[in-house]
Ligand binder design. Sequence first.
Ligand SMILES: [Cu+2]
Length: 83
Amino acid sequence: MLKRLILAGVASVFIITTAQAGSCPLKMAKIDAALPAKMSDLSGSNIAKVKALRAEGGAKHKSGDHAGSVAALNKAIKIMGLY
Ligand SMILES: [Cu+2]
């Protein structure tokens, strides 16, 4: 019984971690795909902000900080008006 509970706990943590890790590349791809077309809509300072947030998101994802990565990428997506 206890062994089962531990296994279920480990499995759910794994699933949650994988889901979070998986959403960063999706968001990065979304930004990368939309940025060329959005360049003309965005001001120069917003383009710089989006690029900085995209770089921050990529770096945090690589270092394992997926929550930080998603937060940075979501800011970029919001600036780009992709919601
Ligand atoms: Cu990630």
